[in-house]
Write a protein that binds this ligand. Structure first.
Ligand SMILES: [Zn+2]
Length: 438
């Protein structure tokens, strides 16, 4: 074949033309790095967006609903078209597998979720799920054999408690099986409805060290990429969260007859507390956040000084130690407010989500992969929880963020451009190939 025909054949192979026999990744990488088919990816995202579309233009595909079931069927079809072997694990997660050519290596895994919040959008979870399938499809078309087995995983029910990834991590199912979900079904009923087996959840558990690495592509959520004109976010880690119930006890009394200097007003103390939380967080350097999001007064009458106020405190940061330091400062403020107002504060922890660091080496590979594609990058924390956070306890993880226009998420306004999504999927592909080669 002449030089021109050779180039043509190579380009057809790389662009996803006729099936070519598999060759080793190393050989092909020397020739050229393949790119995903951005049009095909955009089309599958648009198609999935139709499933669960509401009359208000939102997408409601809450886990275990009819729309969720239909969306899963669509995704299974995409996996088969990408020549993945599909199975459902005991937790109801969808797995698409492709063999590697070196025996005994653990799988490289990538994926996300396709369930949404009620009245959600078309990108949260979907970009990482369909992006991973597109990467597998590209590998099959170009004919690249990986050394490691490849697993694309679509975790079930991320939005209502990361159920699928918690099962893979091996958390005691008693902590979530009987919870009622937005679908009206309990988790137990839901798992059964999507082809899992709630009595055998142990079968879905993966052992620590049994996954070579896990990658998740995702939209940023309120992050700096879109406003900063940055193409790719290299995620440093997923923040930990501590939540506390704060009870302020004062003395309920007549609002008309109790003089101002003789009150033990729990509402006043609570108001000062809300302000103190904000002040402590803002005066401490760092990227942590602290929020009072709920408040309830007792007895809660217009003409009674509040005898008790119950509120919530939530603190998030990449370091548990930072969260604890902030909490100690908030607690000291609470004590001082209590003394000044004649009230008593009790702060009870009730929720902890462990922070998860992304793997240093994988972060460097993501960074290099983006740069090689001519894309700009920034290191970002993830303030929201993700399935990758659970898998971090079993395997090194990496997360790639793409910009969200207008920084909205969990809403019908969610939007990332097809070009930004294709760029993210290309970074995912390159990162996967680099991890396979190391
Ligand atoms: Zn998500």
């Amino acid at each position: 074949m002449d030089r021109r025909t050779f180039h043509h054949t190579l380009l057809v192979a790389i662009a996803g033309g006729p099936f070519v026999p598999e060759r080793s990744g190393a050989v092909l990488r020397r020739l050229q790095q393949p790119r995903v088919n951005g049009d095909r990816l955009a089309a599958s995202i648009a198609r999935l967006a139709q499933i669960g579309r509401t009359s208000e233009g939102a997408t409601s595909r809450v886990a275990y609903s009819e729309a969720d079931r239909e969306g899963r069927e669509y995704v299974i079809g995409l996996m088969r078209a990408a020549r993945l072997t599909v199975s459902i694990d005991a937790a109801g997660n969808i797995l698409g597998r492709r063999n590697g050519n070196t025996a005994s290596l653990p799988p490289l895994m990538m994926g996300s979720h396709i369930d949404t919040v009620p009245g959600g959008g078309n990108y949260d979870g979907v970009v990482g799920s369909l992006g991973a399938i597109e990467v597998a499809h590209t590998l099959a078309e170009v004919g690249i054999a990986l050394r490691h087995p490849l697993e694309v995983i679509i975790f079930q029910n991320e939005e209502n408690g990361k159920v699928g990834s918690r099962a893979v991590r091996g958390e005691d199912p008693a902590s979530y099986l009987d919870l009622l979900t937005h679908s009206g079904r309990t988790v137990r009923e839901g798992i059964r409805s999507i082809g899992g087996n709630p009595e055998r959840l142990g079968d879905a558990k993966r052992a620590a060290g049994s996954i070579a690495a896990f990658l998740e592509l995702h939209i940023e959520q309120g992050g700096p990429l879109d406003p900063g004109g940055i193409d790719i976010g290299v995620v440093e880690g997923i923040v930990g969260i501590r939540r506390f119930e704060v009870t302020v006890d004062g003395f309920a009394n007549h609002a008309g007859t109790t003089p101002m200097d003789q009150r033990r007003d729990a509402m006043l103390a609570a108001a000062r507390f809300v302000d103190a939380v904000n002040r402590v967080a803002r005066s401490t350097p760092g990227r942590h956040v602290a929020t009072v999001g709920q408040i309830r007064a007792e007895p809660g009458a217009v003409n009674v000084i509040a005898g008790r106020v119950v509120l919530t405190l939530e603190i998030r940061d990449l370091e548990l130690a930072t969260i604890d330091r902030l909490f100690e400062r908030v607690r000291a403020e609470a004590t001082a407010i209590g003394e000044a107002t004649g009230t008593r504060f009790a702060l009870e922890p009730y929720y902890l989500s462990m922070p998860a660091r992304c793997d240093q080496e994988i972060r460097a590979i993501i960074e290099r992969s983006a740069r090689a594609l001519g894309l700009s990058t920034a290191s970002v924390p993830s303030g929201a929880g993700h399935d990758a956070q659970e898998i971090a306890q079993l395997a090194p993880i990496g997360m790639i963020f793409v910009p969200s226009v207008g920084a909205s998420s969990h809403s019908p306004e969610e939007f990332s451009t097809p070009a930004a999504i294709a760029a993210g999927a290309d970074v995912l592909l390159r990162t996967l190939l680099a991890l396979d080669a190391r």
